[in-house]
Write a new protein. Sequence first.
Length: 145
Amino acid sequence: MKPIVDILNDANPKAQAKLEKAFTKGGSLEKKDQLMAELNLPTAVDFPNHKVIVTDHYICDYEFYAGLGSMLSVIEISGIERLYRSNITAEHEYDFDRFFVTMEMKDNSVNRIAYAKRNAKTFMTEFSDLIACINEKKQKIGAEV
């Protein structure tokens, strides 16, 4: 698969239609333009192993982009109340093999993105880097407000 930045920047009308559909399916169509404006800035960080890209104000989860169920989710960093690593799934069950980045939002919703297998050291290092990156962006946004 091409890097996500290349996919999102593809000007081909067919590619743009597919992206529009994926953002709509992810419930993020209204945030698409803001994400796209920040995507090519040097401060955007891609975590391809976890299928997440972090910009100055947004997190784009592209884990479910490939395949028939194409979906892109965009989360506003300013909407995050708490951010932590957890092994509790969306079904409120323990997953003893994987960890997720769990975000409790200010609107009382919960988002889970990126997972790392418990025994994958390289994934866990990058997983910690992902959490640190989001926290850093969150602190900068807090300083801006």
